[in-house]
Design a protein around this ligand. Structure first.
Ligand SMILES: *Cc1c(COP(=O)(O)O)cnc(C)c1O
Ligand SMILES: [Zn+2]
Length: 557
């Protein structure tokens, strides 16, 4: 027998022994909950020196993964995803340290590739050639891809609510797709019975040691990357974020992340464990409900009422208890957002940051917005959002039906290779839309101008001019007479108050509506100065795209 690289420790009776995916329960008490323990004393000395020379994917931590051979042949470079700074969203929420761990950039477009890469490699080592999994979509896609590489036959049980685009993705890899008309929890039962009858290996999600181990790599990468961005912290080798935010279904991700941080703390790599903000879809939020009631067990939701199928785990079982115990100790919260809030957040992230995510990931973004507004996330906090995954293609209900304009060429013109210019310009005329309102953006801070410009660009047809100080703003208003001015109040030289007074005293600019945008809370004296002069004051860090657009529409229709 090979020397054991790690041992399995039972979390119920403490028994320690070798681990095999073929007999995954504790030999002493029968518990299904075992965690991996490695030679931390040795690894804490050797790993820091080894890391700089290794590729940036999750196998750079192979000493700490339950696969004996190290980097496996089936690897497709899973993990090692970029850490992106969300500048505009951060400005809107007054959260300057807001980061997005871009898990869309995994081989099959979600963070489930970590789970599949590590688990399938461990199963292949154990000689497994056929297996069963139940899934809300993404696990099946990732397992299908990796089992194709490993030569494992996969039976994927999916609830019939999973979008058909995802089911077809599973099928293209040659997995057997079984659609179950029922909830995800029922689908799991059907899959388990099928596996039992045929004597096949069944994936047990969070109760499987390799899956929890796979997700801890998110914690290691996050801390390594934050250290690169923010510098080495005092008293530790790596940074921990203040918050780790994720949209959760069965919550395997955060369970793994905790495992990672507990190990890093034990080895002295970090000095603290982050708080967790775990967000559910309101129509299926058993963990958020239990947390609000201060309970350590969650009441299952029998009939999930959400369109976001990825997050439709009704019964989180013991995972909730394991997380809630840690969150009581290290801080954090569970919360829930509506489908509607998630879809709006999905548009916001795509339009402001250029990141298209699936609705489940947008649940985390909507959660950040909610927690920022509640004052739970604070401006000094370093916040890492698990950008869990990407759906391709975008489901049609997300966009509605007015998402494109048509240019129809006359048939005769289209048939000829060489399009005569008059036919082309006649066709393009249909694009010369309505009168475009003219909006002037006045702000001395360039990122703030870019943010406002982007809000306007993404939401309608406007002519946009910009001024970087009060003097330019007054000149611009006299010259161009915009339909509306978005005016920063705090600028060096002529500030917003002076601009307003100057414009109001000139009959040619006296009636231009103004929305004031300000970073500071106004004094009663300042409020008096503005009274009757402007349409609205918007506080920086406290408004989102939609709020601003509502104001603009009300003023210039
Ligand atoms: C699986 C998944 C989640 C939920 O993750 P858990 O940790 O299993 O709760 C969120 N978003 C996406 C895109 C997922 O695939
Ligand atoms: Zn035991």
């Amino acid at each position: 027998m090979k020397p054991q690289k790690f041992i399995a420790k039972c979390i119920d009776c403490g028994h320690e022994g070798p681990f095999s995916p073929l007999s995954p329960t504790c030999p002493k008490c029968g518990s299904e909950w075992q965690i991996a323990r490695y030679d931390y004393e040795a690894i804490k000395c050797t790993l820091p020196q080894a890391l700089p020379n290794r590729p940036f994917d999750l196998w750079r931590y192979h000493e700490l993964l339950p696969v004996h051979g190290g980097r496996p042949e089936i690897s497709m470079g899973e993990g090692g995803t970029p850490m992106l700074h969300l500048v505009k969203l951060g400005m809107m929420l007054n959260l300057p340290y807001l980061y997005f761990k871009d898990e869309r950039q995994n081989p099959a477009s979600s963070f489930k590739d970590r789970q599949a890469g590590v688990t399938i490699a461990a199963l292949k080592e154990a000689g497994i050639t056929e297996m069963v999994v139940a899934s809300t979509g993404n696990v099946a896609i990732s397992y299908a891809a990796y089992s194709a590489r490993a030569g494992i036959k996969l039976w994927a049980f999916l609830t019939s609510l999973v979008p058909s685009e995802k089911m077809r993705e599973v099928a293209i890899y040659g997995a057997k797709v079984i659609k179950v008309t029922g909830t995800y929890d029922q689908t799991k039962q059907v899959a388990a019975e099928f596996a039992r009858q045929r004597g096949l290996y069944l994936d047990k999600g969070a109760r499987s040691l390799p899956t929890v181990e796979s997700m801890k790599t998110l914690a290691y990468e996050t801390s390594e990357q934050l250290t690169g961005i923010l510098g080495k912290p005092q008293g530790a080798m790596w940074q921990s974020p203040t918050w780790f935010v994720q949209a959760v279904s069965g919550a395997l991700g955060p369970l793994g992340v905790y495992k990672g941080y507990e190990e890093m703390l034990e080895m002295g790599f970090v000095s603290k464990i982050p708080k967790m903000a775990l967000i559910q879809a309101a129509g299926c939020a058993p963990m958020a409900h239990a947390w609000k009631q201060n309970k350590l067990t969650a009441e299952p939701v029998r009939l999930p009422r959400t369109h976001i199928t990825t997050l439709a785990t009704g019964d989180p079982g013991r995972v909730y208890t394991l997380l809630a115990e840690r969150m009581r100790k290290h801080g954090g919260t569970f919360d829930a957002v509506t489908d509607e809030e998630a879809f709006r957040a999905m548009h916001l992230l795509a339009k402001m940051e250029g990141l298209s995510v699936e609705p489940a990931t947008a649940v985390a973004i909507a959660g950040v917005i909610k927690l920022a507004r509640a004052g739970i996330l604070k401006p000094d906090d370093v916040i890492v959002i698990n950008g869990t995954g990407h759906t391709m293609p975008i489901e049609s209900h997300i966009l509605g039906d007015r998402w494109a304009e048509n240019v129809v060429l006359p048939t005769k013109v289209a048939a000829e290779r060489n399009i005569p210019s008059d036919g082309l310009s006649a066709a393009l005329k249909t694009l010369q839309v309505r009168e475009k309102p003219h909006i002037a953006i006045v702000d001395d801070h360039e990122p703030a101008r870019i943010l406002l410009r982007r809000v306007l660009q993404s939401l309608g047809e406007f002519t946009i001019s910009e001024a970087a100080n009060g003097k330019e703003a007054i000149e611009l208003a006299r010259r161009e007479h915009p339909d509306l001015i978005l005016l920063d109040l705090m600028m060096p030289d002529a500030d917003g108050f002076q601009v307003i007074e100057s414009l109001r005293s000139d009959p040619s600019t006296a009636n231009i509506p103004i929305i004031a945008v300000t970073a500071k809370t106004l004094t009663p004296e300042e409020k008096k100065r503005l009274h009757g002069q402007i349409a609205k004051v918007m506080q920086k860090g406290e408004f989102l795209t939609d709020d601003l657009v509502d104001e603009i529409r009300a003023l210039i229709g």
